[in-house]
Design a protein around this ligand. Structure first.
Ligand SMILES: Cc1ncc(COP(=O)(O)O)c(C=O)c1O
Length: 361
């Protein structure tokens, strides 16, 4: 079976975890600090704040900017639910913008159309590992005085014009096992703003600046040293594993190009796409439906996934909240996208098998 994702866990991680377990300091200790420093260096930001999930990173980032009841934050309609939900958690309203048909990332003009006096922030989602059009988004944010909270949960090491995803505004990362690097569960907030870093650290630990003195409402969103030790090993391998993903994606695109009704991913300009996912479109011109193709590939031992079968505004939760948007590109993508294995453990034979299986179908 060729799985859609496989975390790269080796002896380094196992030994690092064992050392933490033997040390007796299991949570929010030196390893967490070390991981934060290394991640900030990697992203090119002054600060990094480790938390226990990407969802927590987004939630804390939005809260740290003082966003809440009565405010609006514009994000993508075609993303994992956590992007929009992190805004909902704070009492603010997620306003959903449509995506570009070819990159699956939010359309800057569609963001512009949705800015109101209540808009406080834009949350671009660098979907599948490809950065959004940050030049236009940053310009828009400057013109309207808006905050940028980047959902870089799928974009560790991705770049726009040579600048790392997560370094344009307040960056949020996930270390869930399927991601380009993992800590089991975990997340990180990156920022150049000392105030935001300080506030995020407070919210992470029950709003305390000093032990047991609580100034604001916070949560327990701390990372364990066990997770941080894994994260440090994973960060050391990230560049190499991203390069393998990029190479695998190049191979797939070269071989899948020209198959009727199957559209390989397209790169935007000035981006380094790190292929968290290699996502094709299966259109009506393909030999089978998208879901039939999935089944046939599974029969041939190839795992695939649909990220995501329903855009945010069509989810039952958002319907119950009264969202009536019609966002044609997001809705179309939900019916057509299919992610194929691209992870760094794939062998040449695995990749050949995926290509041949699709060609045969
Ligand atoms: C785009 C996006 N945003 C947010 C998240 C939330 O991250 P986590 O699962 O670590 O909470 C994820 C991860 O699944 C994601 O892919």
């Amino acid at each position: 079976m060729i799985p859609i994702a496989r975390p790269l866990i080796g002896d380094d991680e196992i030994n690092a975890v064992t050392a933490v377990l033997k040390s007796g300091i299991l949570a929010q200790g030196k390893k967490v600090e070390e991981f934060e420093e290394a991640f900030a260096r990697f992203t090119g930001t002054k600060y990094a704040v480790a938390v226990n999930s990407g969802t927590a990173a987004l939630h804390i980032a939005v809260l740290s900017h003082g966003i809440g009841q009565g405010d609006q934050v514009i994000t993508s309609a075609f993303t994992f639910i956590a992007s929009a939900n992190s805004i909902l958690f704070t009492g603010a309203r997620p306003v959903l913008a449509d995506i570009e048909e070819d990159t699956f990332n939010v359309v800057p003009d569609n963001i512009a159309e949705k800015i109101t006096p209540r808009t406080k922030a834009i949350m671009p989602v660098h979907l599948y590992g490809q950065p959004c059009d940050m030049k236009r988004i940053m310009k828009m944010a400057q013109e309207h005085g808006l905050i940028i909270v980047e959902d870089a949960c799928q974009a560790h090491g991705a770049e726009y014009e040579g600048k790392k995803a997560g370094s344009f505004g307040t960056g949020c990362f996930s270390f869930y096992p399927t991601k380009n690097m993992t800590t089991g569960e975990g997340g990180m907030i990156t920022t150049d703003d000392e105030y935001i870093a300080r506030k995020a650290r407070m919210i992470r630990t029950h709003g305390q600046k000093e032990r047991y003195f609580h100034e604001i409402l916070g949560y327990n969103h701390r990372m364990t040293d066990i997770a941080a030790a894994i994260g440090l090993c994973q960060l050391g391998k990230l560049e190499d594993s991203n390069n393998k993903r990029i190479k695998n994606a190049g191979f797939l695109t070269e071989r899948l190009n020209g198959i009727k009704g199957l559209v390989p991913p397209r790169l935007g300009s000035n981006v380094k796409h790190v292929f968290h996912q290699y996502t094709v479109r299966v259109t009506q011109d393909f030999a089978t439906s998208r879901d039939e193709l999935r089944k046939k590939l599974l029969d041939k031992g190839i795992g695939t996934e649909v990220y995501y079968p329903l855009p945010v505004h069509r989810q039952a939760l958002y319907q119950s909240l009264g969202y009536t948007d019609h966002l044609p590109n997001s809705e179309k993508a939900a019916g057509e996208v299919l992610s194929l294995p691209v992870h760094p453990s794939l062998t040449k034979e695995d990749l050949e098998h995926v290509v041949r299986a699709i060609q045969d179908i």
